[in-house]
Design a protein around this ligand. Structure first.
Ligand SMILES: [Cu+2]
Length: 289
């Protein structure tokens, strides 16, 4: 009963099932119209429509800690969301093929011969042109978007420009950040060198950070602000941000730095400008610049 031409019996909803018939180069349309190809396309569309709201929900839960608390973080989140949306169909088609391979063709047992392999569409001109143009457009979009966002974020973060050279009418608040195993220290050079284990800053004022380390490499990460930079021993790195939301946010070390790395965290309090001034007075500081 079994010959190489045996196929599983055709089911009610369509006689077309994968066979090893060759696909001529101009028969791409015929291939696309096959029931199993059409089913995979439908699953891809459905999964895409599921992935996009899931990405939105993930962002929503991430933001429960207060993000985005700066224009930088808003830009980063926008980029994460847009990139997830444009890559959702690719993730969906991969999952669709995987799921259909596992469940769509069913289990083969007994006398039933295994489903024969579908013919390759390798060398098909339509498929090649479609594949190359779609991926090129996607890659081009990601590069252009990425470069624009990088420039935008650099402009917000003050990059490596010293605080005194800022064109901004509002003078940035300088904070010297020092990492050491396993604590952070914040010094305010404009206020007689007030130091604190908690970072307190006024809202809506640019903050300029000089970051360094006393021992090994750490990484200063102000989570909801969207800034992160290495703290290297013997060198100073710079970054900056303008907090635009009142509240208490997280500061973490983002570079594995030893036994208690996971506990190397503190908080960042963004307060109203007058509250900041009274905090400085409480700390015994006075404006020196
Ligand atoms: Cu560390």
């Amino acid at each position: 009963m079994s010959t190489t031409d045996d196929r599983p019996s055709a089911d009610a909803d369509g006689p077309e099932e994968p066979t090893n018939r060759p696909v001529p180069a101009d028969h791409f349309r015929e291939w696309v119209s096959r029931p199993y190809v059409r089913r995979i396309i439908v699953i891809t569309v459905v999964l895409t429509l599921v992935i996009i709201p899931m990405a939105w929900l993930t962002l929503h839960f991430m933001n429960l800690s207060g993000a985005p608390a700066s224009p930088i973080m808003s830009e980063i989140e926008k980029t994460m969301f847009v990139f997830t949306v444009v890559s959702a169909p690719l993730m969906a088609i991969t999952l669709a093929i995987l799921l259909y391979s596992i469940f769509g063709w069913g289990r083969v047992s007994g006398d039933k011969p295994p489903m024969q392999e579908s013919p390759a569409i390798r060398g098909n001109r339509t498929a090649t042109i479609l594949w190359i143009s779609v991926t090129s457009v996607l890659a081009f979009f990601l590069v252009v978007w990425g470069m624009i966002e990088l420039a935008t974020i650099s402009a917000y973060s003050y990059g490596a420009t010293p605080a005194s050279d800022q064109p901004n009418s509002q003078k940035p608040l300088v904070v010297n950040v020092t990492g050491q195993q396993w604590v952070w220290t914040f010094e305010y050079p404009d206020y007689q060198g007030v130091t604190s284990a908690t970072l307190v800053v006024p809202k809506d004022r640019p903050i300029y950070f000089n970051v360094t380390s006393k021992d090994v490499v750490h990484n200063f990460w102000a989570v909801e602000m969207g800034i992160k930079i290495d703290a290297n021993p013997g060198a100073v790195t710079n970054t900056g941000v303008t907090p635009t939301k009142l509240g208490t946010f997280n500061i973490r070390c983002a570079e594995l730095c030893g036994l208690h790395h996971a506990y190397m965290e503190t908080s960042m309090k963004v307060v109203k400008p007058d509250e900041f001034d009274s905090w400085i007075r409480e700390m015994g500081g006075r404006r020196t610049a």
